[in-house]
Design a protein around this ligand. Sequence first.
Ligand code: UD1
Ligand code: UDP
Length: 357
Amino acid sequence: MTSSKRILTVVGARPQFIKAAPLSKVLRARHTELLVHTGQHYDNGMSNVFFDELAIPAPDVNLGIGSGTHAEQLSAMLEPLERLMLEQRPDLILVYGDTNSTLAGALAAAKLNLPIAHVEAGLRSYNRAMPEEINRVLTDHVSRWLLCPTQEAVNNLAKEGIKEGVTVTGDIMVDAVLQNVDRARITSTVRAQCGLQPNQPYLLATIHRPANTDVPAHLTQIMQAFAALEYPVVFPVHPRTRKSLAALDLYTATHVRLIDPVGYLDMLALLDGAALVVTDSGGLQKEAYLLKRPCVTVRTETEWVETVSSGWNLLSEPTVESIRHAVQHMLTHVPAVHPDFYGDGTAAQQIVAALES
Ligand code: UD1
Ligand code: UDP
């Protein structure tokens, strides 16, 4: 019987709430978790909705740091995180993914010599211009437990000389999808709210990477590409993107339905009904794969390389021609084979077992 640990978890952004939902449950069955929300995401639709829908325990502390530049966010997080870690003296710090909240949690802990567990360790885009790449590389290099979704992630770490404390646990997002997809199918009314008829083909789109939203020519071309597609496009708009769209005053065709960010159940329902996904989200690429929806990723590279090599995901330039071509290709070349790359939905148990070993 392993002794109960005191774990301080740091979350702050939408995908981290979704990942924390299945893991917190398993963790809390045997251990004590103090959940710290940095406040990086704060709109109701970017934060509270996930806590409510997924019954995530309310954060014990919300640092309320809000938006800002990378340095502003990191510096606003570090001091209160250090103070909390000193007060609470947890046995370990748990962080997820690759956001500024991840790096702040890891850095504060590393400086106090507290052991760090990194969920979703070992992912690499090999593009250092991407803020997330810096966050994930630095976090991996100070972590004691590197909890990898795939063998590919283990290989990436080995290339950087990280071999100790590395475990393949499967992907925690599989747990989240499997635990919620049936409920989403039964309860969500989002498709009707978007004016879609039952069985009407449509595409689901999300775009929020700075490389797309903060380069006017890219966002303009992406919106023009959506307008040129022959299907309705349901596009839950991230607040970063909403700001850029407003600044550019971009025309949108009526079949491109710009809606506010949706909760996880509505998102799964939209994904489940979609003929295809166009995105630059890390999580959505993988969820599309899990629900066997072909995907076009508007990026120059992806960390989720298996989705591309298996033929379920195609990378696209942010241009009208490239996106149209990729969408057309993926709609007509849906692979017959769907290998299991990401595990069986028991990542939470495997992560907790790794932390206890
Ligand atoms: C962050 C992560 C990114 C992740 C994404 C998930 C970093 C560096 N980036 O990007 O890896 O994919 O979250 O969604 O950590 N805003 C609001 N309300 C909110 C949150 C944000 O209006 O609740 C607006 C603000 O104008 C803010 C902008 O969105 O400046 C960007 O937010 P921020 O958290 O800095 O980065 P994301 O683009 O969300
Ligand atoms: N998501 C959601 N509502 C939305 C958009 C995304 O619930 O309006 C979910 C999506 O299904 C996935 C996660 O948020 O589980 C991905 O988050 P995001 O794209 O913001 O970040 P990334 O994965 O790119 O870091």
